[in-house]
Design a binder for this molecule. Structure first.
Ligand SMILES: *Cc1c(COP(=O)(O)O)cnc(C)c1O
Length: 233
């Protein structure tokens, strides 16, 4: 297990480096967030020992269950977040990728203020407008950003996040990544102290090379590092 995780990580880092280089960037320009859902603290710690600095989880419960057993690392909440669960992770995660409503942003703001902290967030854009996925449509991005900036003093908007539809050929979904990159460049120019775009979170195990080519600088990779997930374990 240990050797597999290490080997997979060095392979992924090599691939990230190669993709980045192709578009005039380096491996250091792309942050790897290792997605550890269904994985044990032991497995996560192996990844951390091998150099992983950022861990992503899509469920509040998993963050809470694993938090104390995992070595110091930056935690990312990458999955759909219900407002009533924000309070459980507000003091644990360094960024929430999945903000897709004003209601959620307002709750994050309230809980962050109570902890006297600023929470970094990304706006989740569902550029393919898939019914099955969370996220706002590209038409809604600007209004949501502005509404958050007007009222959420303890929230800092660090960029955008996108989960593309599954495609056998990732080439087919390049357009969805490119649409979000366009918005990232556009809204990153908004002049406001609580808007500081740094992260464009796009790309998973099967599509991260295309996502990086389209401009992603934060990839969320799970199964290519930890192996295929077995939800029935
Ligand atoms: C599970 C998950 C990933 C990683 O998926 P893999 O295919 O295992 O790389 C990335 N982003 C989100 C939001 C996820 O839930």
């Amino acid at each position: 297990m240990m050797e597999d995780i290490r080997k997979n990580l060095s392979k992924i880092n090599e691939q990230i480096g190669a993709c980045a280089q192709q578009c005039g960037r380096t491996v250091d320009d792309v942050l790897l967030c290792a997605v550890s859902k269904t994985r044990t603290p032991e497995e996560i710690n192996i990844a951390i020992d091998a150099g992983v600095t950022d861990i992503g989880e899509n469920k509040v419960q998993e963050i809470m269950d694993k938090f104390d057993a995992v070595k110091p690392v930056r935690w990312h909440m990458i999955g759909h977040l219900q407002t009533n669960k924000v309070k459980y992770i507000i003091d644990k995660v360094s960024m929430i990728h999945s903000v897709d409503s004003y209601k959620l942003a307002a709750e994050i703001n309230k809980r962050a203020a109570a902890h006297d902290k600023i929470m970094d967030i990304l706006i989740q854009v569902n550029s393919a407008e898939e019914e099955s996925k969370f996220g706002i449509t590209t038409d809604e991005t600007e209004a949501l950003i502005k509404q958050i900036l007007e009222t959420c003093e303890n929230v800092r908007i660090r960029g955008l996040m996108c989960i593309a539809p599954y495609a056998d050929d990732p080439e087919d979904i390049r357009v969805y990544f490119e649409a979000v990159k366009k918005q990232y460049d556009l809204f990153g120019r908004i002049d406001h102290p609580m808007l500081d775009f740094k992260y464009l979170s796009m790309g998973m195990s099967h599509d991260f090379p295309v996502a990086i080519e389209a401009g992603s600088n934060l990839v969320r990779v799970g199964s290519a590092i930890f192996g295929e997930r077995n939800y029935n374990k």
